[in-house]
Design a protein around this ligand. Structure first.
Ligand code: CA
Ligand code: CA
Ligand code: CA
Ligand code: CA
Length: 423
């Protein structure tokens, strides 16, 4: 049928193939990068990953920045009520650095309960020192305010590990015209593609905030036997008593390799969500299996757990064997990881750039906060006919100039100023 042994240089074409499926999927399934993509996470916003970012610090390429966003669409008036991280969720970055589907390192982040709206939570971060050892550091989250001016980001620096850490609300860096895209998809599925549907130029995420967890580490901490690392973001919750009883019979998994295979029974934790390459679950996986995909691992991908679904989806959509094979290489062969080449110099956050911009080094090489992932997808969706994407060309506000590189949250405004939302 098709070959799984394709070259990594086909990555961009893979995104193409993913996008070409997205254009043909039912409108209701096209939402965002990973926000509320399945019923299991839509009902658990505190553990619902929105996006994953992995990029070299543009001012110091010896440092890697990893960030995951969770629980999006926080309106400015709810900054205080919803501006905390769930103390029951483990937020995990899995790092793959040997070229296979098995994670080699993990960074776990947990939070103390919020004790007051004006008091920070304490984050505990386990930084890997080799495969099985960790250095544990703590950091405070950024407290929110309903003032017109946001509080400065609280960034913790740890000299022993070279780490920087941030957790708090930021402007959601993802930008995308959900409505325009869905209307365009609808026009395609009805047999009359209408590119004017992409002319609204309305960023569905503008004006909204999201919970962001960001960590900067020396690249040497994450590098394995090559310069390419894979990054996966995962959220886990404590298992219920009945699930614990079952796990005692089955025995506990030990070590990161075994945890990878059994994230669903990971030391009393149950995996809720995962996100590597944007849109894999949102676009490629059928609705009936989205919850299962979120509960599975890259090793499951490599074992072919979803290969049949992906092939069936693609085949039903008329995707040719070459593109099916290319897609399988990314989403199946080595698992769903966002892969970043640590030896590719990076000097920007991607803000306002296009994939065709000279010197472009962003997505699908990792993902920078400013990368226009939607336009990369649309470019290939339309067989490179649409070069203007969804006509939302950058985030609604400037990104930060230093770690964590995201914009401060959108705050409540005084009358008669209007907010920035564009629904
Ligand atoms: Ca999600
Ligand atoms: Ca590995
Ligand atoms: Ca934004
Ligand atoms: Ca765009």
């Amino acid at each position: 049928m098709f070959c799984f042994q394709l070259k990594k240089t086909a990555t961009l074409a893979v995104i193409m193939a993913m996008a070409s499926m997205g254009i043909l999927m039912p409108v209701s399934q096209i939402k965002a990068a990973d926000h509320a993509e399945s019923t299991s996470v839509a009902g658990d916003p505190g553990a619902d990953i929105g996006d994953l970012f992995a990029f070299l610090n543009p001012t110091d390429n010896t440092k890697v920045v990893l960030a995951m966003s969770v629980e999006g669409f926080i309106v400015p008036s709810e900054l205080l009520n919803i501006g905390f991280f769930s103390p029951d969720v483990t937020y995990r970055f899995e790092i793959e650095n040997t070229g296979d589907a098995i994670p080699d390192l993990k960074i776990d982040v947990t939070f103390s309960p919020q004790i007051a709206r004006n008091a920070p939570q304490i984050a505990t971060i386990k930084i890997p020192r080799g495969k099985r050892n960790f250095t544990t550091i703590t950091a405070t989250t950024t407290v929110q305010t309903l003032s017109a001016v946001s509080n400065p980001f609280a960034v913790t620096t740890n000299s022993a590990t070279g780490a920087k850490f941030f957790a708090g609300l930021t402007d959601d860096p993802f930008y995308f015209d959900i409505v325009g895209f869905n209307r365009f998809v609808s026009s395609v599925t009805s047999g009359a593609p209408d590119l004017t549907r992409l002319q609204r130029s309305r960023d569905s995420f503008a004006g909204y905030n999201i919970h962001m967890i960001a960590i900067e580490l020396p690249a040497a901490t994450l590098r394995g036997n090559s310069n390419i690392i894979g990054v996966n973001s995962v959220t886990l919750r404590k298992r219920s008593n009945s699930e614990n009883d079952k796990a005692e019979v089955e025995g506990k998994a030990e070590g990161i390799e075994e945890e990878s295979a059994k994230n669903s029974s990971d030391g009393g934790l149950v995996q809720v969500d995962r996100n590597g390459v944007p849109a894999v679950n949102t676009v490629l996986i059928p609705f009936a299996r989205k919850n299962q995909y979120n509960a599975s691992t890259p090793r499951d991908d490599a074992d072919g757990l979803f290969a049949g679904d992906i092939v069936a989806t693609l085949t039903s959509l008329g995707t040719n064997a070459t593109n099916i094979g290319i897609l399988a290489n990314v989403a199946v062969a080595n698992g769903d990881y966002l892969r970043l080449n640590l030896s590719t110099p990076n000097t920007s956050l991607g803000f306002g750039e296009r994939a065709t911009t000279p010197g472009y080094t962003g997505f699908p090489n990792g993902r920078r906060p400013g990368d226009d992932t939607v336009d990369v997808l649309l470019y290939f969706i339309t067989n490179q006919a649409v070069t203007t994407g969804d006509n939302v060309n950058s985030n609604d506000v400037p990104l930060g100039t230093a770690f964590p590189f995201f914009a401060r949250p959108n705050q409540p405004l005084e009358n008669p100023a209007v907010d920035n939302t564009r629904n």
